[in-house]
Design a protein around this ligand. Structure first.
Ligand code: UDP
Length: 335
């Protein structure tokens, strides 16, 4: 299934896919959920990829299928520590960061470091090689947004000392770094603000678990679905192949330096309804169980994706039901 999906992404890239061939690309966090999909598409399309990952949230198994490929190099490395490359690099994609709310509580310092010290190292590499730089930022820079749908113009409603601040503020700082390197060194930079994304390879267990993989695993094992709060809070979920297509369009389009763009699906759904759809699609007997809503959990999240449509010629194609079906299939096969 994965191979077909990778081919689908490449098809959807249209003419842009020809710009990938032969490019030397450094991917930080390349063994993670999104990073490993990106590495796979890039290698498939003839790029030479160096993947850095310290494997604290990424998984070696995500990149195992690429290890024998001559165009793929894996270097176990924590991007908050210096690293030097002598051979030329064309593009740096900085994805390295833990991203799950449970991790925000357990590893806030690592998250802060990945998006401050780590991005500083990654930008230093880009500067040395005069390489293009793409930063995967997040909808979390908007905090608990008061404008829905949220466009790139919105400046945010973030609690700087709250439970999520290590992620929100670090990503805001990371964006500031990126813009500073453009201003001071004229670097070609792009910022993707990623909204909730899901699909195969997302982790369900422990501190890594996000809502969709958690609900799918719970439903498949007939355990209660854990709703936080009353489930009226909303999210808008983007299937992974759509996300990767958007990120690669942003990375490989020429003459878009400085572009900051939301990449996500704008189909908004309350969490309780999401739980019911997952129960229906898995034909699960699971009950629903209500738990307290974590502090500062945003009440609504939905991107305005007009800019991505206009500038990247990109729009999500996979509906929530279709994406959930594919994700459920993945988790069933994994069992
Ligand atoms: N959530 C939930 N049950 C869970 C996990 C998450 O109700 O078992 C809720 C969470 O409180 C949030 C939404 O689902 O409102 C999305 O959570 P996720 O961890 O995927 O990431 P977030 O969008 O908050 O960054």
């Amino acid at each position: 299934m994965n191979r077909k999906e990778v081919e689908g992404i490449i098809r959807n890239l249209g003419a842009i896919r020809h710009r990938i061939e032969g490019k030397k690309v450094l991917v930080t966090g390349g063994a993670g959920f999104l990073g490993s999909w990106i590495c796979e598409v890039l290698v498939e399309q003839g790029a030479k990829v160096i993947c850095l990952d310290n494997l604290v949230s990424g998984l070696k198994t995500n990149i195992d299928p690429l290890m024998d490929n001559a165009n793929f190099t894996f270097i176990p490395h924590d991007i908050t520590q210096p690293i030097f490359f002598d051979d030329p690099l064309d593009i740096i994609l900085h994805l390295a960061s833990r991203a799950s709310p449970f991790e925000f509580e357990k590893y806030p310092i690592q998250i802060l470091k990945a998006n401050t010290l780590g991005i500083w190292i990654a930008l230093g590499i880009a500067k040395k090689h005069n390489a293009r730089f793409l930063y995967t930022s997040t909808s979390e820079v908007y905090g608990d947004a008061t404008e829905i749908p949220t466009s790139e113009e919105y400046r945010g409603n973030v609690n700087p000392i709250g439970q999520r601040s290590c992620y929100d503020e670090a990503k805001r700082c990371g964006e500031s770094y990126v813009i500073a390197y453009k201003m001071e060194h004229g670097l070609d930079v792009r910022i993707a603000r990623i909204f909730n994304t899901y699909g195969p390879r997302m982790r369900a267990e422990g501190v890594y678990g996000r809502v969709i993989p958690r609900f799918v695993e719970q439903a498949l094992s007939n355990k209660p679905l854990t709703i936080f709060g009353d489930g009226t809070q909303t999210r808008s979920f983007c299937y992974v192949t759509d996300q990767i297509e958007g990120l690669l369009k942003l990375a490989f389009l020429d003459e878009e330096s400085g572009l900051v763009v939301n990449i996500g699906n704008d189909e908004e759904i309350p969490i309780l309804e999401l739980a019911n759809v997952i129960k229906e699609l898995t034909q699960s007997e699971s009950e629903t169980e209500f738990h307290p809503l974590p502090k500062d959990d945003p009440l609504r999240r939905r991107p305005d994706i007009t800019k991505a449509q206009e500038r990247l010629g990109w729009a999500p194609k996979v509906s929530l039901r279709e994406g959930l079906e594919r994700t459920i299939r993945y988790f069933r096969e994994k069992k």
